[in-house]
Design a protein around this ligand. Structure first.
Ligand code: SF4
Length: 329
């Protein structure tokens, strides 16, 4: 039997290179060998963007179309929307009862995002409880593996802790899911921080070669290279870091040597990277253009996905309620 894998994305509009290398490429590969459940995490979107929900539907459609263009195939994986699975919030409620506030407050991503985002907006119960929702997403379908970026590892550890705690309190129900780390987990944004919609530093998958070149040209490089003749330090350059996801000729070693010896200027180095990025995205752009006229397939795919997932989630909740003696007389 194939191992079950689950992964979700917030519908925040069109996807970018950070999504592609952080997880999406991995998801496309996984659908060939595992039983994969991929969901649109629309409830997760509310943890930071609860004020304006007017574009949730549009963002969901755009993201699923991006998934399809990237190579996800609904014949090989199950694609569904989190909010169609009504068992999830009930599981969140049960998990919330067995987890301490301190365990949530200690999550490194919670602290980091409180610093990075507007604390007045995200200082909510829902935002703090995001890892509990994530645990319910994973465990409601009894997933054994979760493809994650390194920054999500503490959340997954919390999921494993929740599974262990539930199992020890009420009986063995949940597996302890293991991470599947993708090879290139961190793609730098154009400002050198992690690429993210929240930071406005992304390169979109649909972008044309000229747009990609313009954005790559603005990327932060080694601050010591003010002039063409200055010797470079590729290890501190975000352009060089992004090259790791785009092997080619010249290879990384040669590029690093050329940079250190000032044999290549930053503009040429960036243009070569932009050309590699654009070439890898050519097939995506072609498929995505074809899908733009078939937006109705998203509804069909999500409906079919919910039909496949709901019986599994119902079964999990029925077991959880029975073990916790909920509803018993
Ligand atoms: S030559 Fe390339 S690797 Fe070196 S500092 Fe410039 S952009 Fe970075």
């Amino acid at each position: 039997m194939k191992n079950r894998v689950v992964s979700g994305y917030r519908p925040s509009g069109r996807l970018h290179l950070g999504h592609y290398h952080g997880n999406l490429k991995n998801m496309v590969a996984l659908q060939e060998t595992r039983e994969c459940f991929f969901f649109v995490a629309d409830w997760h979107a509310l943890t930071t963007d609860y004020r304006d929900t007017s574009r949730l539907g549009e963002y969901t459609t755009e993201m699923v179309l991006d998934w399809l263009a990237a190579g996800l195939d609904p014949e090989k994986c199950t694609i569904y929307r989190q909010s169609d699975i009504r068992d999830i919030p009930e599981l969140v409620l049960y998990f919330g009862m067995i987890l301490s506030l301190g365990e949530l407050e200690r999550c490194p991503t919670y602290k980091e995002q409180l610093r990075e985002l507007d604390a007045r907006v995200v200082n909510t119960y829902g935002f703090l409880g995001y890892p509990v929702l994530m645990a319910a997403d994973i465990l409601v379908v009894q997933a054994e593996h979760v493809p994650v970026g390194e920054d999500q590892l503490p959340h997954l550890e919390l999921t494993r802790e929740i599974a262990r705690r539930f199992n020890s309190l009420y009986g063995s129900l949940f597996p302890e899911p293991q991470p599947i780390l993708s090879e290139a987990t961190k793609i730098p944004g154009t400002d050198g921080r992690k690429m993210s919609k929240s930071y406005g530093n992304w390169i979109g998958l649909e972008e044309e070669p000229e747009e990609i070149r313009a954005k790559v040209r603005k990327m932060i490089t080694d601050p010591a290279r003010k002039r063409r003749a200055d010797l470079g330090h590729p290890e501190v350059c975000s352009v060089f870091q992004m090259y790791r996801a785009y092997p080619g000729d010249p290879d990384l070693e040669v590029l690093a040597r050329m940079c250190r010896a000032a044999e290549i200027g930053c503009t040429d180095c960036k243009d070569e990277l932009a050309a590699r990025v654009a070439a890898e995205l050519a097939l995506f752009r072609e498929r995505r253009a074809g899908l733009a006229e078939k937006r109705e397939i998203v509804d069909e795919i999500l409906t079919e996905g919910a039909k496949r997932v709901s019986p599994i989630a119902d079964q999990t909740l029925a077991e959880a309620r029975r073990m916790m003696r909920i509803g018993e007389l």
